[in-house]
Ligand binder design. Sequence first.
Ligand SMILES: Nc1ncnc2c1ncn2[C@@H]1O[C@H](COP(=O)(O)OP(=O)(O)OP(=O)(O)O)[C@@H](O)[C@H]1O
Ligand SMILES: [Mg+2]
Length: 226
Amino acid sequence: MSEPVLTCDNLHRFLGKDETRAHALRGVSLAIDAGRTYAIAGHSGSGKSTLLYLLGLLDRPDDGTITLRGHETSRLSDEARTALRNEHLGFVFQFHFLLKEFTALENVMLPMRKLGRLAEADMRAKAADLLDRVGLADKRNRLGNHLSGGEQQRVAIARALANDPALILADEPTGNLDHANAERVFALLGEIAHDRGQAVLMVSHNPELAARCDHTLHMQDGCLLP
Ligand SMILES: Nc1ncnc2c1ncn2[C@@H]1O[C@H](COP(=O)(O)OP(=O)(O)OP(=O)(O)O)[C@@H](O)[C@H]1O
Ligand SMILES: [Mg+2]
């Protein structure tokens, strides 16, 4: 078995100050293997988003370690963490952060521009293909703020896949979508994992979708249940 894409060991995170200080993560350890889909389930406030931010190298733990593609990240500079993030991770978060004055196509091309490995025409073709796969072939030239919430979410999913990341981290990726589009996005994430060997870790409040992932992790009060 090849080494996991990502591992974390004994993560702790405190959020807030003084009387609002919360022990949001209390010793979380896990390993994510290539080619697998993982769901994180758990009540509101159990620490799911906090965990995703840490694993995405968007926040630093108060204790514990995160190793991404063999790189132990705790002592790395912000620049080194950003470089690892751009190369190996894709994000779909609850707030999509599309650039409103850019078209759908340009939004999907942004991570490719940051990585700087493809020629302009190849970036365009790849972004168009990804938008096609999320059912937005006809909206590729629409501005971000002229798309519905569910359309923006699908652009965000296409954008997360732009650099063929080793791991896609998704917070409720199907939350704002109707049944047909939720199925389409879920199927796409499954294909990405099973056909292309990327890994997907998604927070989901939908028990039916969570059960269809290869693994379901349950969070409660900042801990993963055994
Ligand atoms: N800035 C903050 N200051 C204090 N406590 C915080 C802060 N941000 C989050 N928390 C607390 O940390 C805990 C974990 O929050 P988190 O957002 O990870 O939950 P979640 O499982 O993603 O919930 P949801 O399903 O509602 O998105 C919660 O108890 C929350 O109230
Ligand atoms: Mg959350």
